[in-house]
Design a protein around this ligand. Structure first.
Ligand SMILES: [Fe+2]
Length: 198
């Protein structure tokens, strides 16, 4: 039985042309749209988006540092920390998504690509190579501290601006999980005897 050949669409050239489309941006970074039924004025939302983009860039950096440490950790606590770092990475994925979507719904543009994030973040970049565990943890704690301080500041500013949604988000969805993660990793820097009590 003859197999029917698939018919090539007549507009094939048009289809392949569609793969290489470029045009101007529809919204510049730093701008806010006016199209949302939001009770906050544009200036307030622009200012809030700027602060949230800083928080986003720092959270993306912390998220990626957790994956780096998940891969590169070594030593007697390798197994538990390998798993813990990945758990925190997954939680930071959620946090990052929540912040980014808050920026978008406020009418702003979320920072997204690694190069742009690297330029904006206030967290010191770790070296490409591997570091000892206490250094890995110290870097994570410093990043958490910076993010938590920003959360307090943004929550205060959001409260003053009447942005209840942002206030609630930074406290419930960003600050609290960061506090918990800091506690979990910070305990690994407490010098405790492993086999003989002092
Ligand atoms: Fe993994």
């Amino acid at each position: 039985m003859a197999v029917a050949l698939k018919k090539v669409p007549e507009n094939r050239d048009l289809v392949t042309q569609n793969w290489h489309q470029k045009a101007r941006e529809i919204q510049k970074f730093g701008e806010v749209t006016e199209s949302l039924p939001h009770r906050l004025d544009a200036d307030t939302r622009r200012e809030m988006c700027k602060k949230l983009n800083q928080l986003l860039a720092d959270s993306i950096t912390l998220r990626d540092m957790y994956k780096k440490h998940h891969w590169q950790v070594a030593g007697p606590t390798f197994y538990s920390l390998h798993l813990l770092f990945d758990k925190h990475f997954e939680e930071q994925v959620e946090i990052v998504d929540t912040i980014a979507e808050r920026i978008q719904l406020l009418g702003g543009v979320s920072i997204a690509m690694g190069g742009d994030v690297a330029e904006l973040t206030k967290i010191q970049s770790p070296p490409r190579g591997r570091e000892e565990l206490p250094v890995q943890i110290a870097r994570l704690l410093a990043a958490h501290k910076l993010i938590m301080e920003d959360c307090h500041k943004i929550a205060e500013d959001a409260d003053e601006a009447g942005d209840d949604g942002t206030n609630d988000m930074v406290v419930s969805d960003v600050l609290r999980p960061n506090e918990l993660q800091s506690w979990f990793i910070g305990q690994h820097l407490v010098d405790m005897p492993l086999t003989h009590a002092e």
